[in-house]
Write a protein that binds this ligand. Structure first.
Ligand code: ZN
Length: 157
């Protein structure tokens, strides 16, 4: 595995709509593994492929219960609403409050190309919504209120 450089706000790849992955190939599996390692090395709780410069629909999240890798994730259900603090590895030192669904269902494929459904609440739901936004070129600062600079603190995705 390898730690990849994380693209920062201002890099055009973060504003592109990422392409669907037609097939879970060895290249995709390696990329997901590298994204996982990069996320842990950066002390993050989530990472999307555009954040490592790849405009493809891949995410990894881990809010403390182990890593979840998803290919072509789609938000298929969402309910409730929570406003909480959020940060992003691509926008270091900045946090803000973002309204997200409290509970979501996300469908995608796992690393073996099998269908995978993730039912999530609270922080995991938030991380999934943040990462799926990245795949559509959306950054949390587009939605956040009360944006402030912070040395360290909020978990970043
Ligand atoms: Zn992010």
């Amino acid at each position: 595995m390898a730690i990849l450089p994380i693209r920062k706000e201002g890099d055009p790849v973060l504003r592109q709509k990422a392409q669907p992955v037609p097939k879970v190939t060895k290249r995709i599996v390696k990329l997901l593994q590298d994204m996982e390692e990069t996320m842990y090395a950066a002390d993050g709780v989530g990472l999307a492929a555009p954040q490592v410069g790849v405009s493809e629909r891949l995410i990894v999240v881990d809010v403390g219960d182990g890593p979840i890798h998803l290919v072509n994730p789609v938000l298929v259900a969402a309910e409730g609403s929570v406003v909480d603090v959020e940060g992003c590895l691509s926008i270091p030192g900045v946090v803000g409050y973002v309204e997200r669904a409290q509970k979501v269902v996300v469908d995608g494929l796992d690393m073996k190309g099998r269908p995978r459904r993730v039912e999530a609440e609270d922080w995991l739901a938030r991380a999934l919504q943040h990462e799926i936004d990245h795949l559509d070129g959306i950054l949390f600062i587009d939605k956040a209120t009360g944006i402030t600079k912070q040395e360290d603190g909020a978990d970043s995705t």
